[in-house]
Design a protein around this ligand. Structure first.
Ligand SMILES: N[C@@H](CCC(=O)N[C@@H](CS)C(=O)NCC(=O)O)C(=O)O
Length: 203
C-alpha cells in the first residue's frame, strides 16, 4: 500500500493530486502542519517532513515532493503522465518537473517564511522586494517558454504540470501570479478545472 503523509495547503497536495490523476489506491495520513521554527524535521511524519511517502510493497520511505512524484510515475504509473525515459520530450519534462520546486518555488517559499512565520518582516523590506522580483521572473519564464499548451508538454498532461500547479497556487496566493501573465493564468484555469485537482484540494 502507498501511504501519503499530508497536510492541507502544503506541497503534499502535489502528491495527492498525482495519486488522484492516476486513480491509484493509497492511504492518506493527514497530519497537523507545525509552523517552521528553529527546529527542523519536526512534522508528524516518518521523516519529519511533509510530504513523506511510504510504499509498503517496496519497503521504502522517503520525502521530497519531486522525488515522490517521479517515483510514483515510474513505479506505479504504467507509462502514464511522463514521456518515456530516453525520448526527446524527456528533457523538457524533467526541466519543468524540477523548475517548479527548485527554481520557481524558491523565492515564494522564502516569502512565505518571512511574512508568515517570522515577526520581523519590516526589517527585510528590500529582501522581500528582491524575492518578489525573482518570483515574478519565474512566472515570466514559464509564460515565455511553456508553448501553446494546453499543457507544459503540449497536448499531453504530465506530472510536470502537477509539480507546477502547486507552485502557481502559491504564486497566486502571494499576489505574484496575476493578469500580467495571460498564458499562465489560462493554463492555471485549465489546471483548476481538472476533476483530480479538485478532488485533491477538497481532501
Ligand atoms: N523541497 C521539499 C520541501 C518540503 C517542505 O519544506 N515541506 C514543508 C511543507 S510544504 C514542511 O514540511 N515544512 C515544515 C518544516 O520544514 O518543518 C519538497 O518539495 O518536498
Amino acid at each position: 500500500m502507498l501511504r501519503l503523509y499530508h497536510a492541507p495547503r502544503t506541497r503534499s497536495v502535489r502528491v495527492l493530486w498525482l495519486l488522484e490523476e492516476l486513480e491509484l489506491p493509497f492511504e492518506l495520513v493527514t497530519v497537523p502542519f507545525k509552523a517552521p521554527s528553529s527546529e527542523f524535521f519536526v512534522q508528524e511524519t516518518p521523516l519529519g517532513k511533509i510530504p513523506t511517502l511510504e510504499d509498503d510493497e517496496a519497503g521504502v520511505v522517503f520525502c521530497e515532493s519531486g522525488a515522490i512524484v517521479e517515483y510514483i510515475v515510474e513505479r506505479h504509473g504504467e507509462g502514464r503522465l511522463a514521456p518515456a525515459i530516453g525520448s526527446p520530450l524527456r528533457g523538457r519534462y524533467l526541466q519543468w518537473l524540477h523548475f517548479a520546486e527548485g527554481t520557481a518555488y524558491l523565492p515564494l517559499g522564502v516569502m512565505v517564511w518571512l511574512t508568515r512565520y517570522r515577526d520581523d518582516a519590516e526589517k527585510h523590506v528590500s529582501l522581500l522586494e528582491d524575492l518578489r522580483h525573482r518570483a515574478a521572473g519565474g512566472m515570466a519564464f514559464i509564460e515565455q517558454h511553456m508553448g501553446d499548451g494546453p499543457w507544459l508538454l503540449g497536448e499531453e498532461f504530465s506530472a510536470a504540470d502537477v509539480m507546477t500547479g502547486f507552485t502557481l497556487t502559491a504564486a497566486r496566493n502571494l499576489g505574484v501570479l496575476d493578469d500580467r501573465y495571460p498564458a499562465l493564468m489560462a493554463y492555471f484555469g485549465r489546471i483548476e478545472a481538472r476533476p483530480a485537482y479538485q478532488r485533491a484540494v477538497q481532501r
